[in-house]
Design a protein around this ligand. Structure first.
Ligand SMILES: [Zn+2]
Ligand SMILES: [Zn+2]
Length: 392
């Protein structure tokens, strides 16, 4: 690439940006002959012992309700973003394009699942039961016939869903358009649903919003945690997809990568939410996610007197981890703040404080992971273990 100055008539000089001839030629060849490659970018996360970590999105729309895309687009978007499973959850009561598309509520799932089979994306049949608050919007997934829910009474519709074996969750409980006095609320209707087995989970993240109150409810009432996109537009209109700005994900810890495996895990509350670089979920899942992502490349080091060593900490996952020191271990000073960027190795300072007793000991470096929350405002505490030979 280079700048070229040319003289225009009348004596004005202008600078034009010109591609070297060969680049221009290649670019035009590429534009004309090569299709844009269709690539999948994996989400790298380890599997907790006994489980496989599935990346899922259980809430999305197509032209069969008020979405702007054909159902197959949802499947390819999910494939490209490294997902394992999606649920198609068009509104049952609101069909904006009914003059243009079928009113069969199962149709969007049928179209999507055919491509899902080709791309090995698990596609789950679902629907969004859409009402004013209370109870608001609820998704029922693993349905066998969505059309059966198209009735006036919402509690009857959810009972039908339950009879079909559905997993039911409360969508976007903090959506501002449904709040009274701007406050997120748990209504008696939700107690009724919860107690009669008609509500098994709650979205603590929807689109780009997180509801800490809902996270607290989920912990107190033992509801499954969900974080979903509720995407209506093509996904590249809502996310910087090429900069790894990934939609919210529900991470499912399943015994097998099948729809039945996902269903069993959801009813057993084996999920976590990954949203905007933050993990939310129980310690029993967040801890193995962290431990399985991190590797110390030089796990045995020697600290001499007040000397410093550099630990090489590698993060093999697709997500950064933001660490904050809880305290210094005995005889050592360690970095107070350190970010472990995705798929990179970071140097972590370990400095002797002098006069330790000589010998080799296993030392735990205690940190808080600020972007892994086992409850609202409760970061996961971890120990990075190293073998240190102390030389006075
Ligand atoms: Zn909704
Ligand atoms: Zn929705």
């Amino acid at each position: 690439m280079k700048w070229q100055t040319i003289l225009l008539t009348g004596g004005f000089a202008a600078q034009l940006f010109v591609l070297p001839a060969v680049d221009a030629q290649q670019a035009s060849v590429r534009a004309q002959e090569e299709p844009v490659p269709r690539t999948r970018t994996p989400v790298q996360l380890p599997n907790p012992p006994g489980f496989v970590t599935l990346k899922c999105d259980f809430h999305m729309h197509t032209v069969f309700s008020d979405g702007l895309v054909w159902p197959t687009v949802r499947v390819e978007e999910a494939w490209r973003q490294g997902l394992d499973a999606i649920a198609i959850t068009d509104h049952i009561e609101s069909q904006r394009y009914r003059a243009d598309v079928s009113t069969n509520h199962n149709r969007s799932y049928e179209i999507a699942s055919a491509l899902g089979a080709d791309l090995n994306i698990l596609v789950i049949r679902g629907g969004e039961v859409t009402r004013q608050m209370p109870p608001g919007h609820l998704n029922a997934i693993f349905l066998t016939n969505v059309s059966a829910l198209a009735i006036a009474d919402w509690s009857e519709a959810l009972q039908i869903a339950k009879d079909q074996g559905a997993f039911i969750f409360w969508n976007h409980p903090g959506w501002d358009r449904q709040l009274k006095d701007g406050k997120i609320r748990w209504y008696p209707e939700h107690t009724q649903l919860h107690e009669s087995g008609l509500m098994h989970g709650v979205e603590i993240v929807n689109e780009r919003e997180h509801y800490p109150e809902a996270y607290r409810w989920a912990i107190d009432k033992k509801l499954t945690l969900l974080g979903n996109s509720d995407i209506h537009s093509p996904i590249n209109q809502e996310y910087y997809v090429h900069e790894r700005d990934i939609r919210p994900l529900t991470l499912v810890f399943a015994r097998e990568r099948t729809i039945a495996g996902i269903k069993e895990a959801l009813f057993d509350r084996r999920t976590a939410v990954l949203w905007a670089g933050r993990f939310m979920g129980e310690e029993r899942f967040l801890r193995p996610l962290f431990d399985g992502s991190i590797e110390i490349l030089n796990p045995e080091v020697t600290v001499t007197g007040r000397g410093r060593v550099l630990l090489q900490v590698h993060n093999n996952s697709s997500t950064d981890f933001i660490l904050e020191r809880i305290e210094n271990p005995a005889d050592l000073s360690i970095s107070s703040q350190v970010t472990l960027p995705a798929q990179k190795t970071v140097l972590l300072d370990v400095t002797g404080r002098g006069n330790p007793s000589a010998g080799t000991r296993r030392v735990n470096l205690p940190y808080r992971v600020r972007n892994m929350l086992t409850a609202p405002d409760e970061p996961l505490r971890v120990n990075i273990g190293v073998e240190i030979r102390f030389v006075p």
